[in-house]
Write a protein that binds this ligand. Structure first.
Ligand code: SAM
Length: 199
């Protein structure tokens, strides 16, 4: 089976089983970013079923990825998918809550695509794992258009709470003196935070 057909199948599985995966525009942005910036190591928070990790690995044959997922069913599906592409040597999936994970190695890029209300915690937990001059990329910064909406228009209390957390994260990134962050209206909204050189 071709890569194209297998990717199509993963996307269909995601749709049928309500697994949120990156939008096409977002994944195009991410893979292009990886190629342009010669990213060779990625830590991904939120594997789901392995779609974005596989797409990143296919974009750069030198890329190695560690990816974390806390949902067992999705993690097991990710393992199957990674095997189908023979990418076991380059993608390491971990079944764990990211906030309980301690890693000692460093990465060129840390991709935050886990629970949307936890981004500040993820950022601070994994900052020590980012290489000098490295990047955090965060997906769903626009949160399906809700971030730009007037809060009074959002009826659900839970959703309002989540949108507030995403707005707080956006402010956190803007005000963080150690990073230059650019916001892109691609897919569901993407933030790229470049670690500043020290000294
Ligand atoms: N990156 C995937 C893709 O585009 O193919 C999609 C990831 S999906 C939007 C978010 C995933 O993060 C969910 O499967 C969820 O279970 C997982 N997740 C959320 N919070 C997490 C945490 N604290 N630790 C590990 N996984 C987490």
């Amino acid at each position: 089976m071709s890569n194209y057909t297998m990717i199509k199948e993963i996307k269909e599985y995601a749709k049928t089983n309500d697994v949120p995966i990156m939008q096409d525009e977002g994944i195009d942005f991410l893979t292009t970013f990886i190629i342009k910036n010669q990213i060779n190591s990625v830590l991904e928070i939120g594997t789901a079923i392995g779609y974005s990790a596989i797409m990143m690995a296919l974009a750069n044959p030198n890329l190695k990825i560690v990816t974390v997922e806390r949902d067992e069913e999705r993690y097991l599906e990710a393992i199957k998918n990674i095997k189908k592409f023979n990418l076991e040597g380059r993608i390491t999936p971990l079944f764990q809550d990211a906030l309980e994970l301690t890693l000692n190695n460093k990465f060129d890029l840390i991709f935050l695509d886990g629970a949307k209300g936890q981004n500040i915690n993820f950022f601070e937990h994994f900052e020590k794992n980012l290489n000098d001059n490295g990047y955090f990329i965060t997906d769903n910064i626009g949160f399906h258009g809700y971030v730009e909406k007037d809060e009074n228009e959002i009826k659900s209390r839970n959703l309002r709470g989540l949108v507030r957390k995403i707005k707080a994260y956006i402010e956190y990134l803007k005000e963080n003196p150690n990073y230059d962050t650019t916001f892109y209206k691609k897919g569901d909204g993407i933030a790229v935070s470049h670690k500043k050189e020290i000294g």
